[in-house]
Design a protein around this ligand. Structure first.
Ligand code: MTE
Length: 308
């Protein structure tokens, strides 16, 4: 791990450089001349497309940044956009611990150093039965785990969000048992679809979407995609996860998108695309949110109605 004494990650990784590296990763310098404004990120600039990206049209930046779940900032969909402004995201460090060769506090600059950033346009399905399509910028979680050196005994990865009640008003209440916690099996964490996202629409991550770094696991319900991560721990036992702790009957550890397994209080067979308008019908929800070709094999032999 490199030392960045006294430097913030944004000093080390100013936006132009970040953009350049991103462009390199996308294999196109053409964006240099293209405007990157509120609605004109890579999603609309015709860059070489990741084979992992969907062809579906992304939601607008406004939809993605004003309709959020981030209980640290309140329970209403508009609360994160209103309240997350004051979150300090720089400096930022992530503690990597447990069964790794190189544990320690990694400054975000160290994490981004050499990280192969690329755009991933992913379908996003919330357990509440709404969905969006989001053009994330990020890199594969496997890249960071390999950098830390996963030890042979590791079987799971546990994540935690920042606890800072003075900047996160929702944490002044007991709406959840803080910190927000999530977890993945190691093979899920190492899967190339699993990314750590640091931006969307070609811009740094808005606070309400989990700045400066959050998980995105597109075949699982959105609550698995934990925001504003400060801790990543490799373990040999299945970690506790926030919504499972809250209500184990309703929220399992795996939480793979599955139209055949209803939530006890509503069907998961269909979904409402945010922003589609009142005349648009609901869409059928797809097994593994449409990523079954890539991930179904991870669950071979499991009973997904029991291990939900
Ligand atoms: N991460 C934290 N720390 N706190 C949260 O409340 N909400 C989850 C997930 N990650 C949440 C979180 C839920 S329920 C969803 S649907 C997604 O974030 C929403 O992500 P978005 O607001 O970027 O669409």
């Amino acid at each position: 791990m490199e030392m960045t004494l006294g430097l913030k990650w944004s000093d080390v990784t100013p936006k132009p450089q970040w953009m350049n590296r991103r462009q390199l990763m996308a294999g196109a310098g053409a964006l240099m001349a293209a405007p990157v404004g509120a609605q004109s990120g890579m999603a609309q600039t015709g860059l070489a497309k990741s084979p992992y990206s969907t062809d579906a049209a992304p939601n607008t930046l406004s939809e993605i940044t004003t309709y959020n779940n981030f209980y640290e900032f309140g329970l209403d969909k508009g609360d994160p956009a209103r309240n997350a402004r004051l979150l300090t995201t720089d400096p930022w460090a992530v503690e990597i611990s447990g069964l790794v060769d190189r544990p320690g506090s990694y400054d975000l600059a160290d994490i981004l150093q050499g990280a192969p950033l690329e755009e991933r346009i992913y379908r996003f399905r919330c357990v509440e039965a709404w969905s969006m399509v989001i053009p994330w910028v990020g890199f594969e979680l496997a890249h960071l785990l390999n950098k830390a050196g996963v030890q042979p005994g590791a079987k799971y990865v546990a994540f935690e969000t920042l606890v800072r009640p003075e900047e996160m008003p929702g944490q002044q209440t007991r709406s959840l048992d803080w910190p927000y916690r999530e977890g993945l099996r190691l093979d899920e964490a190492m899967h190339p679809l699993t990314i750590l996202a640091t931006g969307l629409y070609g811009e740094p991550m808005p606070n309400q979407n989990g700045a400066p770094i959050r998980l995105v696991v597109p075949w699982k319900y959105g609550f698995k995609s934990i925001k504003s991560i400060v801790s990543i721990r490799l373990t040999d036992t299945q970690p506790q996860t926030t919504w499972n702790m809250q209500n184990a009957r309703e929220y399992g550890f795996y939480s793979n998108v599955n139209p055949e397994v209803s939530h006890p209080r509503w069907s998961q067979a269909s979904e409402r695309r945010v922003g589609a308008g009142i005349f648009a019908g609901r869409e059928d929800t797809l097994m593994f949110n449409g990523y079954g070709d890539q991930v179904a094999s991870l669950y071979a032999g499991m009973d997904l109605s029991k291990d939900f």
